[in-house]
Design a protein around this ligand. Structure first.
Ligand code: C2E
Ligand code: MG
Ligand code: MG
Ligand code: MG
Length: 282
């Protein structure tokens, strides 16, 4: 019921937003206060290792529940936060939540790596390394249980600077994933220059795999690339068993998508992990 309402108000708001910069300004204003007002939440979406069926990673995804406007999608507020700089504080908050959550899971006997999205603006922020280091120390989380997801983006213009930051994160033992792979710019040079651990095949290449030969060729090529470069390749947006089967036939081992689970609030994510843990033990 509440979900339904949230969706309705979100649709309504999307329509209203198509007008002028006025709405954007209102959203920007609301965004700046949203952290203090505790309107954000972090949801977690599992990544499955299909060879074992186990959840290996959980991606942290920001959610904004505005008291009047209802649920606002990250596709709407992340770009605004990115432009006005609010993403730095928001990103820090999401990272802290996610690291604390991974620590809780570890204390419950489950070694789950959390994936946290990093925006280009954060990557350009001179204080990023210290922020990440401090957050890991404060939450007492091992660096290997954190994977940062970066997107290929035109705004990643200072390659040398990005490369040096990523090298430092890598040296700290933090995992690095290239998100939405194939949709941005200069992806192949990123593969060469960044110390990556994971490639995430964008959902746009995954969703029509059953009908589109071009997508099949692209997905297979990315998987081959991943094998050659010794990267973990995760298919995003796997919604059906047919898709899972096809991807497995192509040698894809890691998947994320509604077939396995939608992004869940922390408590529900924990319950899901515990259910898995007990089925395995039994
Ligand atoms: P992303 O990092 O590529 O995250 C995956 C998105 O795909 C999520 O959307 C997730 O809910 C959605 N998704 C997963 N499986 C399926 C599926 O089977 N079908 C469909 N239709 N969708 C699926 P979400 O949560 O709306 O986030 C959208 C984007 O917003 C993210 O894309 C990410 O780029 C950005 N984002 C979200 N949270 C954060 C954050 O804390 N920081 C930053 N910088 N960006 C964030
Ligand atoms: Mg991501
Ligand atoms: Mg992605
Ligand atoms: Mg994506």
């Amino acid at each position: 019921q509440a979900k339904e309402q949230g969706r309705n108000s979100y649709q309504y708001y999307t329509q209203a937003l198509n007008d002028t910069g006025q709405d954007r300004l209102a959203l920007e204003y609301a965004l700046n206060q949203a952290l203090e007002r505790e309107e954000f939440a972090v949801y977690y979406q599992p990544q499955i290792d299909t060879r074992t069926g186990a959840i290996s990673h959980m991606e942290a995804l920001a959610r904004w529940q505005h008291p009047q406007l209802g649920f606002i999608s990250p596709a709407q507020f992340i770009p605004i936060a990115e432009q006005n700089g609010a993403i730095v504080a928001l990103g820090h908050w999401v990272l802290r939540q996610a690291c604390a959550q991974a620590k809780i899971w570890q204390q419950l006997g489950m070694s789950i790596t959390v994936g946290v999205n990093l925006s280009p603006r954060q990557l350009r922020d001179g204080a990023l390394l210290e922020m990440v280091d401090q957050t890991l120390a404060q939450t007492n989380l091992e660096t290997s249980l954190l994977e940062l997801e970066i997107t290929e983006s035109a705004t990643l213009h200072n390659l040398t600077q990005a490369q040096s930051v990523l090298m430092d994160l890598h040296r700290m033992g933090i995992g690095l994933a290239l998100d939405d792979f194939g949709t941005g710019y200069s992806s192949l040079s990123y593969l060469k220059q960044f110390p990556l651990d994971t490639l995430k095949i964008d959902r746009s290449f995954v969703m029509d795999l059953l009908t589109q030969d071009k997508d099949v060729a692209i997905a297979k090529a990315i998987l081959e690339l991943g094998r050659g470069l010794d990267l973990r390749v995760v298919a995003e947006g796997v919604e059906t068993e047919e898709l899972q089967q096809l991807l497995q036939n192509f040698g894809c081992q890691h998947m994320q998508g509604y077939l396995f689970s939608r992004p869940l609030p922390a408590l529900e994510a924990t319950h899901l992990l515990q259910t898995q843990q007990s089925t395995r033990a039994a």
